[in-house]
Design a protein around this ligand. Structure first.
Ligand SMILES: Cc1ncc(COP(=O)(O)O)c(C=O)c1O
Length: 442
């Protein structure tokens, strides 16, 4: 493959979640991708240990998805979905509904995880209003939660760096559960930690403080990803479910990372056997080939809202120009077919024990203070350098990239989430590279 010359002006693109000056002084540019590998602008192959940004679950440039997008672009490039429709929008929603937890078969399309979260929060408010409890407006998130970057998402989110610059304008009626991360009790847990289910009981404290009649919804990531892979303690999610049910509070699972096979099932809800009322999705919905997200709502939530207004009235004043964009919908249908045909969720399930063994073999390496995992996602927490949090993980990330492996990091936590087509040899190479790099980092 011929590689284009690297462009010499990087100044116009204001990069997201990036140290722009640092990056532009020493850029890392990806030019093409296929299967498990990226190719850089200087012609090097890089093993994708993070499925892009946790989103390319079937591997890159899959022919069936590429063909579906190309054909759709030539057939119907755009169609509105406000008071209009196109067949693929309905087909994509049905396909996704088929693999959602039982009862969550009404799907609202968005273009990203952030939009899915804000949509889910609005649906929760609209639901209570439609059933005559419009005073239920409070939203409960969790410390360290990541729910994207909309004002709703950062308000219920719990990562202070994402909130502090905007703190004067966050949603006012929000409270937070405590996070579940505790190395004293749970360091080096394989799969779900044994300690910590009781942390869900804090919801009872919050209910006692605000009164259930003011609370609309609780939103959590079943496995918190972007904050550094926090696996829920055994029994924790069920307890949250029980408390929400007891008090008439909606439970929202933000499955933007856990959806579509990351844990070896279609959803984390299926994996844990705990069903929320509303489920957000995005990343792997169409293998990240075209921006798309979605919200699956229970029949109860959907029907309550949709049947509340007069016939002929718009029931939910919400939506995006690109909701169910034809290219995104075509890619979603092709992706869901591919997941099923290749049994990729089952493949992830079968590989998980090997992935677990490989990542836990890093225990005892220099700087490593925790290893945690579930399905095909893992986090490795490093000791921070004095006065320079995040610097060590950044150096590991850069050195891994130079050694031909792409990983993620947040603070001093390394995160791994390869495409579900990863081979055992590639898993060994991924963690072998990390081991070698850790040995060279101060
Ligand atoms: C759980 C969760 N929710 C929401 C988002 C936001 O998604 P997006 O970046 O597509 O807006 C993310 C992104 O990482 C996420 O992990």
């Amino acid at each position: 493959m011929t590689s284009r010359p690297v462009i010499d002006d990087l100044s116009s693109f204001w990069m997201p979640f990036t140290a722009n000056r640092q990056f532009k002084a020493a850029p890392r540019l990806l030019e093409s991708a296929r299967g498990m590998y990226y190719r850089t602008s200087d012609g090097r192959e890089v093993l994708d240990g993070s499925a892009g940004l946790w989103c390319v679950n079937a591997g890159h440039a899959r022919e069936e998805i590429v063909a579906a997008i190309a054909q759709q672009a030539a057939t119907l490039d755009f169609a509105p979905t406000f008071q209009m429709g196109h067949p693929l929008a309905f087909e994509a929603a049905s396909k996704i509904a088929e693999i959602m937890p039982a009862g969550l078969d009404r799907v609202f399309f968005t273009n990203s995880g952030s939009e899915s979260v804000d949509t889910a929060l609005k649906i929760a408010l609209a639901y209570h209003r439609a059933r005559g409890e419009g005073q239920r407006t409070k939203l409960i998130g969790r410390e360290r939660g990541y729910h994207g970057v909309g004002f709703g998402g950062i308000s219920v989110g719990g990562i202070s760096a994402n909130r502090k610059a905007f703190s004067g304008q966050l949603l006012p009626a929000v409270d937070h559960l405590p996070h579940t991360h505790n190395l004293e009790h749970n360091a080096f847990s394989k799969g779900q930690p044994a300690w910590g289910a009781h942390l869900a009981d804090d919801l009872e404290r919050i209910v006692a403080l605000h009164d259930a009649s003011t609370i609309a919804a609780v939103i959590v990531e079943p496995v918190a990803g972007s904050t550094g892979v926090l696996v829920p303690p055994q029994g924790y999610l069920q307890r949250l479910r029980d408390i929400c049910t007891k008090h008439g509070i909606l439970l929202i699972f933000d499955e933007v990372i856990t959806g579509f096979g990351r844990l070896g099932k279609a959803t984390a809800s299926e994996y844990f056997g705990v069903t929320p009322d509303i489920l957000t999705m995005a990343k792997a919905i169409n293998n990240a080939a075209v921006p798309m997200g979605g919200v699956a709502a229970s029949r109860t939530v959907h029907d309550t809202i949709v049947n509340s207004g007069a016939p002929g009235a718009i029931e939910l004043f919400h939506g995006y120009t690109y909701s169910a964009h034809p290219l995104a919908a075509a890619a979603a249908i092709a992706t869901q077919d591919l997941y099923r045909r290749e049994g990729l969720f089952e493949r992830a399930h079968a590989l998980a024990p090997k992935f677990e063994a490989a990542v836990h073999a890093l225990r005892g390496e220099k700087h490593v203070k925790d290893v945690r995992n579930l399905g095909l996602v893992a986090g490795v927490e490093l000791e921070s350098r004095d006065g320079a949090p995040g610097a060590r993980a950044y150096e590991v990330f850069v050195k891994c990239f130079e050694a031909g492996v792409l990983i993620r990091f947040t603070g001093d936590i390394l995160a791994f989430s390869p495409p579900l087509i990863v081979s055992e040899e590639e898993i060994a190479r991924l963690f072998g590279t990390v081991r070698d790099v850790l040995a060279t980092v101060q």
